[in-house]
Design a protein around this ligand. Structure first.
Ligand code: 3HC
Length: 693
């Protein structure tokens, strides 16, 4: 099927790109575009060419799925060279998004017209890359490097209006963008086309270079573990120091090197994994969601209030319900204070705040949930409490309403059993702070209707979340794996590592926080209570709690937080306490390297992930990775725990786990059968097929 249609309007040829879903520049499209342009160029009846597109995007960029495979001709830079070299003016008619290679197509045209709603950007940086089809050379020539560089460094698209202001487009169309582009093309035929970007150097002034170098120096300080920021600086600098052709070659060499970098591979893997989660194995894609116009949230604590804010932020009316007036007043005050903070910081206007607060109706008593299309329970984490609430809701809410529990550990079918409508009951596990964190685990217990799951997914997306369907099982996916890491932390501390060493290994890996600092932030008493309820112990963590050191809120935990400090300091008393625990257990403490600590923290998580896959609690390894990226701060350029394990090699992980199991005598560290099987077959998690949860 042809991906570009050629039509004529008088003397103007219109090449319309039509390569659903987003007009990505795969090989077929590149070939068709080159062919159509050549036809139009040689047609004597044609005086100018408009490149337009059908669908929601002008062009979403290069086809990311082709990256890492042998390049197929024609290459995008060659197609763009033909566009720019055309003797007949070429005008881009941009609607929807023009991203990456898509914007680079437009930059190679002689002029650009954008629809008022269009968005234009070079997001390659987010994939660990830099623009690879002339973006780093043409954009500075069109708008100056001091403006081009920040656009490429952030990867954030700009609106059509902003693009006009920057000089990135020549015109914003009031009406039909193709009609406006045709009119502009006719005008260019009459008066002569402007010089293409490659011929221009009027913007590349000494002043522009100076401003760019200041920005480049700032960016190189912040570039952290991503090599592409440095590559971007080098490529943009080449626009000043090299000829256009040499600059293009330099950009291409940098781009090609980055394509092979494991960090870019991981980011590209994440791009597809985050899209894959929308396809729920075992549920027909034709199943439609139920309509959600009104919601209710039970429990106005930190979690419930945050969830209510998610609805209000998405423009959905929500009733926030408590048992007593004083509790709901407190909850509403907390919500108001959070919105106020956003107003103070300038991220929310007072008018928007009022609009959002007005969407939250405070109420006392479950009766107020009667009109809701979905009820999310965020009450105390205790089965008895949940069952009582769900039993009561069953008699109150209308038929077809979805009843969701925000439980983080409890058995969802047992909660559903308190109702007469298990087909409408599922888990919607938000992460704290609920109004900020993107992750949403949708727990799919046996017996829940497919359209209830689809509704929760669709709602999650409306709330701006990353919803992932998971199976029912203690701690579901994220917290179950977190627990494996928490147990590993405890083992390391007893064996000889100190809290700051454990944390440093993880922050060195790319996490924002290590497990000890994270426990101190969340409150050590939370895990302590949960352990006690389950009859479990953790000698170090328990001793710290017994001393009343619950973390930041008490000024000390694994670390010291003098005068309300948010960054912890080493605490000699805690370190002595840890040494005492080791002694009591008869353990001779030894030191650990950062690599050993990492392996001991992360390998058990991978093992737990393998068990989760075996048990059908997660549909795909990618779902686990998306959960860890969006809920637990796993560094995106490491791709998530399962992708990371694949990069290490499952054989290596198996051997390390066996050694850890032998050393500690902890059978939980024995490699999961799935892990062993994949390793024995020389495979990775990426070789697994999706299966229903
Ligand atoms: N390549 C391959 N597939 C792509 C793609 C791309 N550039 N962009 C989107 N897709 C696919 C998605 O995987 C998805 O496929 P699926 O339905 O099978 O899961 C489908 O298109 C729809 O995508 P979304 O679900 O993301 O749709 P949205 O409407 O939410 O978003 C979008 C559309 C804003 C275009 C978003 O997809 C996006 O941001 N795409 C990536 C843009 C990008 O990074 N471009 C730069 C690529 S690198 C480059 O161009 C290098 C160059 O300099 C040489």
């Amino acid at each position: 099927m042809e991906t570009v249609r050629l039509a004529r309007q008088g003397e103007i040829a219109i090449a319309t790109i039509d390569n659903p879903p987003v007009n990505a520049l795969g090989q077929a499209l590149r070939a068709d575009l080159a062919r159509v342009l050549s036809e139009a160029s040689t047609d004597p009846a044609v005086t100018a060419i408009v490149i337009a597109a059908a669908g929601k995007a002008f062009i979403a960029g290069a086809d990311i799925s082709e990256f890492g495979k042998p390049p197929l001709a024609p290459l995008l830079p060659d197609v763009l060279d033909a566009i720019e070299g055309s003797e007949k003016p070429v005008v881009a008619a941009i609607q929807g998004v023009a991203l990456g290679g898509g914007l680079e197509v437009a930059l190679a045209c002689h002029a650009r017209v954008a629809a008022a709603s269009a968005m234009l950007g070079l997001p390659e940086i987010k994939l660990g890359l830099i623009p690879g089809a002339g973006g780093t050379q043409r954009l500075p020539r069109l708008i100056g490097a001091a403006k081009a560089f920040p656009m490429m460094l952030s990867g954030e698209p700009v609106s059509a209006g902003k693009a006009l202001e920057l000089g990135l487009v020549d015109e914003v169309a009031g009406g039909d963008v193709v009609a406006a582009a045709v009119t502009l093309a006719q005008a260019l035929v009459a008066k002569g086309a402007p010089e293409p970007a490659r011929e221009r150097d009027d913007r590349l002034t000494a002043k522009d270079r100076e401003a760019f170098e200041v920005l480049a120096a700032e960016a190189s300080l912040k570039s952290g573990d991503m090599p592409n920021a440095m590559a971007l600086i080098e490529a943009v600098r080449a626009a000043f120091t090299l000829s256009f052709a040499e600059g293009l070659a330099a950009e291409r060499a940098l781009f090609t090197a980055l394509l092979a970098d494991p960090r870019s591979k991981a980011l590209r893997y994440v791009f597809f994994a985050e899209r894959e989660i929308a396809r729920v194995p075992g549920i027909d894609s034709a199943v439609k969601p139920r309509e959600i116009a009104r919601a209710a949230v039970i429990g106005a604590g930190t979690m419930g209030g945050g969830i209510a804010m998610c609805f209000a932020n998405a423009g959905i009316a929500v009733t926030l319900i408590e048992q007593e007036q004083a509790q709901i007043d407190n909850g509403m005050n907390r919500v108001a204070a959070i919105y106020e903070m956003s107003v103070t910081r300038g991220s929310l206007t007072p008018a928007k705040r009022d609009e959002r607060v007005a969407l939250i109706t405070p109420a006392v008593g479950l009766g107020a949930a009667a009109e809701a299309d979905i009820v999310i329970e965020a009450a105390f984490e205790e089965m008895g409490v949940k069952q009582q609430i769900f039993g009561a809701l069953d008699a109150i809410v209308k038929p077809g309403a979805i009843l969701a529990s925000n439980t983080s550990y409890l058995d969802v079918p047992t909660i559903a059993a308190a109702t007469t409508r298990p087909q409408d009951v599922l888990g919607m596990h938000f992460f704290s702070p609920a109004n900020v964190m993107k992750l949403l685990e949708i727990v799919r217990p046996a017996g829940v209707a497919d359209d209830a799951v689809v509704t929760a997914m669709a709602l999650g997306r409306r709330l701006g979340k990353v919803p992932v369907v998971v199976g029912n099982g203690f701690g579901f996916v994220g917290n179950r794996m977190l627990e494996a890491r928490t147990r590993a932390t405890e083992r390391l501390l007893v064996a000889g590592a100190l809290p700051h060493e454990v944390d440093a290994a993880l922050t060195g890996f790319g996490f924002k926080m290590g497990p000890c600092a994270m426990a101190d932030l969340a409150g050590n008493d939370i895990g302590w209570r949960s352990r006690k309820a389950r009859g479990k112990t953790a000698a170090v963590a328990d001793a710290i709690c017994e001393a009343g050191w619950f973390g930041q809120k008490t000024g000390r935990g694994y670390f010291l937080y003098p005068d309300g400090a948010r960054t912890g300091q080493r605490d000699p008393e805690v370190e002595a306490l840890i040494a005492r625990v080791s002694q009591e257990k008869g353990v001779t403490r030894r030191s650990f390297t950062a690599d050993e600590i990492l392996s001991r923290l992360l390998d058990p998580m991978v093992n737990e992930g393998a068990r989760i896959l075996e048990e059908g609690i997660a549909a795909r390894p990618g779902d686990i990775d998306v959960i860890w990226l969006n809920g637990y701060n796993w560094p995106a350029w490491r791709g998530g725990p399962m992708h990371w394990a694949d990069t290490i090699g499952l054989g290596v992980i198996v051997a390390r786990l066996e050694a850890q199991a032998a050393e500690t005598g902890d059978t939980a560290l024995e490699p999961a059968p799935l892990l062993r099987r994949l390793a024995a077959e020389g495979k990775g998690f990426a070789d697994l097929k999706a299966r229903p949860v």
